[in-house]
Design a protein around this ligand. Structure first.
Ligand SMILES: Nc1ncnc2c1ncn2[C@@H]1O[C@H](COP(=O)(O)O)[C@@H](OP(=O)(O)O)[C@H]1O
Length: 232
């Protein structure tokens, strides 16, 4: 759709069309392969109603819709996660513009460090206010990128060392990439250090830290310090 320009020159319409096409494809495939399972996304639930703690596929057909509609950008992704008992059991994140799919079947080890100075991926359109103070606190460089899936993939691939998010997000923005990151041996938590919980009735999951294990303590301390200072 991107290379043919689809039928529209309006970036928003191209994003919406890509999102709708990917959603239809994933729902059709899951209805065919796993007809007993509910599927949750930004578009609501398709298939049977989810049961508390039961199996649910959490998908984001197009994460980084804005970047998808900007020619040449590769920071957008497709997320598919299988959640059971509030845990991600299996997941895949596709980066179609890079011809790459990362999954929970990938190597269970962290990539080597990207550079001597830590690099933290943050939203390019809505970076949380506290990230500048956190970066200064730990001596890191900020790397603005689109898409939670692309940013978490960048941590898995060793291109950056951490992804820091705050201010808002839903379970479909992070379920699959968090599953992939955890399988790759990375730290994944909320900003208070607790484990992210998926498959809840309310899918709001507004903050997240994914990083190399050796950085987790320093980053969580810096987040807690800068947020406490900011609220004074
Ligand atoms: N404050 C916020 N509230 C709700 N969703 C947010 C958000 N900040 C980021 N997101 C969502 O998280 C995904 C990654 O965002 P970002 O590129 O800014 O890091 C995007 O998903 P979509 O592209 O699927 O809409 C975006 O909508």
């Amino acid at each position: 759709m991107r290379t043919t320009g689809s039928s529209t020159s309006d970036p928003k319409a191209l994003g919406a069309a890509g999102d709708a096409a990917a959603h239809a494809l994933l729902c059709e495939a899951l209805a065919q392969e796993r007809p007993q399972d509910p599927v949750l996304s930004e578009h609501g639930v398709s298939g049977p109603a989810p049961r508390p703690g039961g199996r649910v596929w959490i998908v984001d057909p197009l994460d980084g819709t804005r970047e998808f509609s900007e020619p040449g950008r590769t920071d957008w992704a497709v997320h598919v996660a299988l959640v059971e008992e509030h845990e991600v059991r299996a997941a895949a994140v596709a980066l179609p513009a890079r011809g790459t799919v990362l999954s929970t079947r990938g190597p269970a080890e962290q990539a080597p460090r990207s550079a001597s100075r830590s690099r933290i991926a943050v939203s390019r359109s809505r970076p949380p206010e506290f990230v500048h103070d956190v970066a200064a606190d730990v001596g890191a460089e900020l790397v603005p990128m689109g898409s939670a899936g692309a940013k978490i993939s960048a941590v898995v691939l060793g291109e950056v060392d951490a992804y820091l998010h705050g201010g808002g997000q839903y379970e479909w923005d992070s379920a699959a990439p968090v599953g992939v990151a955890r399988a790759a041996g990375l730290h994944t938590s909320r900003l208070d250090g607790s484990a992210p919980v998926y498959g809840r009735t309310d899918p709001w999951l507004p903050d997240l830290l994914v990083c190399r294990r050796d950085l987790a303590g320093a980053l969580l301390d810096a987040v807690s310090r800068t947020r406490a200072e900011g609220s004074r």
